[in-house]
Design a protein around this ligand. Structure first.
Ligand SMILES: Cc1ncc(COP(=O)(O)O)c(C=O)c1O
Length: 422
């Protein structure tokens, strides 16, 4: 057994002056010719030469062709004179192409209708949640595996009079539905809101989105699904049965930071969803309002207001097209296969506690390793050049999330690091 002391940790002072490679001892194994034949896209991710990047659940690596387009858009924007009125509207219109690609990729039942782009999931969650018309005594239900970005606005909604419930997410299966229904039954007279993750960022467990939506609607409760971890991991179309569904391009979606969105079910928007914030839509600019109480023509841009990073949103289209281009070679399946085989191997290791469902369709592996603390485990992984994330309450564990850029050696290097520790 290895020494488990913290002696090897770099002091903050030393880290400030650290100029060498991030991981002195560890480099990821070179991709083999055979792997390039089977997974040709791996060559588009040269970033993985320097580290074993297992953190798709936090941020995506950007494939080279998408990166080139992304940079090209910014250059073009500057060349045209970024604020040049001659081109301004054209940039708005180009963003419509992203919306169309997103609708097609998601299999949105109503096309682009209801799809709004935002700059982060936190923005999207706030838009979605604060737009619901909840009664003052509404019951608000969430799970015990939510991101702080959801918990924070829910806490704000649970002001005096409204009650909140936290349902154990578990493995995301039938048990979750039963637990949810038990609470919905008791809160029947106070129709409220269920807001939970479609895919848990803690474990990669997945809810049956359609079944949750059916249940909520049977009890006349609004449903917001946080799909931040879904797009790029699992099909998101079933999530569109919810009243509001969160989309994210910057994690599993291969798009640059600044790409997220929300789908507001058009049937809800017509009668029971009021945007919590407004911005100028096209109508405002063409006609100055005669009075302030007449309203003005609104379109989806009322949620995409202000000067935005149009080139960033445009690059999401390229990321979506990039994914689609490889789909027939098992692109979608590649990362989840690696994760599944790692989970299977870990499940036979006596000192590993696996928090992720072993047969989940997702590419997430959350685990702890006795007798190490999460911090010690994290340090060991850092030294092996394995980029990961720590998961805190209620699970104390390390999370590894595979992306299409990983190859078999990444999984094997994780296993080698764990065997060395055991
Ligand atoms: C499930 C979930 N919801 C919300 C967020 C917050 O996303 P953002 O940083 O884009 O606001 C995250 C980010 O990790 C997440 O995993």
């Amino acid at each position: 057994m290895k020494d488990k002391s913290d002696d090897t940790q770099e002091t903050p002072e030393a880290a400030k002056h650290h100029r060498g490679p991030l991981f002195a001892s560890a480099r990821s194994q070179p991709v083999t010719e055979n792997e390039i034949m089977r997974y040709p896209w791996i060559q588009d991710f040269p970033q993985t030469n320097d580290a074993i990047y297992l953190n798709a659940g936090t941020l995506s690596l950007i494939p080279l062709p998408v990166m080139e387009h992304f940079i090209g858009y910014w250059q073009q924007w500057n060349r045209e004179g970024a604020g040049n009125p001659l081109h301004y509207e054209a940039w708005h219109e180009r963003v419509e192409q992203t919306r169309a690609s997103l609708a097609a990729f998601c299999g949105s039942p109503q096309g682009e209708e209801g799809l709004h782009l935002t700059s982060s999931v936190s923005d999207a969650l706030n838009f979605g949640l604060l737009g619901f018309s909840l009664s003052q005594d509404a019951t608000i239900i969430t799970s015990d595996q939510e991101h702080p970005a959801l918990i924070a606005p829910l806490t704000a909604l649970c002001t005096s009079g409204r009650s909140g419930h936290i349902v154990p997410y578990g493995q995301g299966g039938e048990d979750f539905l039963d637990r949810l229904e038990a609470i919905l039954k008791t809160s029947r007279h106070h129709p409220g809101l269920v807001a939970v993750s479609h895919v848990s960022h803690m474990t990669g467990a997945v809810l049956d989105a359609q079944a949750v939506a059916d249940l909520c609607h049977r009890y006349q409760v609004r449903l917001l699904l946080d799909g931040a971890q879904a797009l790029g991991q699992v099909p998101v179309a079933p999530g569109f049965a919810a009243d509001a569904y969160i989309l994210n391009g910057q994690k599993w979606g291969l798009a640059p930071v600044g790409n997220a969105g929300i789908y507001i079910n058009p049937s809800l928007a017509r009668d029971d969803w009021h945007p919590p914030a407004y911005g100028p839509s096209d109508g405002f600019w063409s006609e100055y309002p005669a009075s302030l109480d007449g309203g003005w023509t609104s379109n989806r841009r009322k949620l995409e207001y202000g000067t935005r990073a149009w080139p960033t949103w445009m690059a999401w289209k390229d990321a979506l097209e990039y994914r689609t281009q490889w789909s027939n070679l098992g692109f979608e399946e590649h990362a989840s296969r690696l994760a599944r085989s790692l989970r299977q191997a870990m499940s036979t290791m006596p000192n590993v506690t696996l928090w992720s469902p072993i047969d989940a369709p997702t590419a997430t592996v959350t685990f702890s390793l006795a007798p190490y603390t999460t911090h010690q485990l994290s340090q060991a992984l850092n030294q092996a050049g394995i980029v990961h994330r720590l998961i805190g309450m209620p699970i104390d564990a390390v999370r590894l999330t595979f992306g299409p850029w990983n190859h078999d050696a990444a999984r094997d290097q994780v296993l080698a690091a764990l065997h060395q520790l055991s």
